[in-house]
Design a protein around this ligand. Structure first.
Ligand code: 5GP
Length: 208
């Protein structure tokens, strides 16, 4: 059983353009106690993205080396690029008692759940499909053919939403971030994480 002193792994997925990155950024601003995993990727940086902050931007060769050396907790291929979660950051922070957020797509999420069944699985949804299209077009960071590819991918990913524990609707960034925080806090109180404490109180009750 996982000790209660350890942090929890929190997987956050959601369609491209749903604003999950912005929601997480808002959560970290008000709750800096969370640790956000920075993924490695072979995709090109967007104009505003900083190496080491948004992603570790690396070559395909380097990524494949990380796979070979077992440096990744999980990885997946998304629209012809690799994305993966470096392992040490996650294990170090969990061991130090910090909750670690992974912003990853569904194939990676499934691998994390299989390897770490205690991971909390959250899926960020748009208020409607139409809002998602408008946000993706409005973001302006993708070419029109990439917007279409991301929407087709969203339709496929939508089939797996029931594998997640909770959905969060991103109707308002700050409100959504607070709901995310509440769900994570509640998750810490799950009975199965406190079996030792429960048993201790049970034993003490008998001996009173
Ligand atoms: P984007 O190119 O929009 O930054 O990311 C594309 C997709 O890859 C998003 O759904 C994002 O959550 C996902 N992603 C980012 N990092 C990782 C990772 O380390 N592993 C996996 N499996 N997916 C990731």
């Amino acid at each position: 059983m996982m000790s209660t002193a350890e942090g929890k792994l929190v997987v956050v997925s959601g369609f491209s353009g749903v604003g999950k990155g912005t929601v997480i950024a808002s959560l970290l601003e008000t709750h800096p106690e969370y640790a956000l995993s920075v993924s490695a990727t072979t995709r090109d940086p967007r104009e505003y993205e900083i190496d080491g902050v948004h992603y570790h931007f690396i070559s395909k060769d380097r990524f494949e080396q990380m796979i070979r050396e077992d440096d990744l907790l999980e990885y997946a291929s998304y629209l012809n690029n690799y994305y993966g979660t470096p392992k040490t950051f996650v294990t170090d922070n969990i061991a130090q008692g910090r909750d670690v957020l992974l912003e990853i797509e569904i194939q990676g999420a499934r691998k994390v759940k299989a390897a770490c069944p205690d991971a909390l699985m959250l899926f960020v949804m748009p208020p409607s499909a139409q809002v998602l299209r408008e946000r993706l077009v409005g973001r302006g960071s993708e070419k029109p053919e990439d917007v279409d590819a991301r929407l087709r991918r969203a339709a496929r990913e939508a089939e797996g939403i029931e594998e997640y524990d909770y959905i969060l609707i991103n109707d308002d960034i700050e409100a959504c971030a607070e709901r995310m925080h509440s769900l994570i806090r509640a998750y810490h109180q799950k009975t199965s994480f406190h079996l030792d404490f429960i048993q201790e109180v049970r034993n003490d009750l008998i001996n009173l």
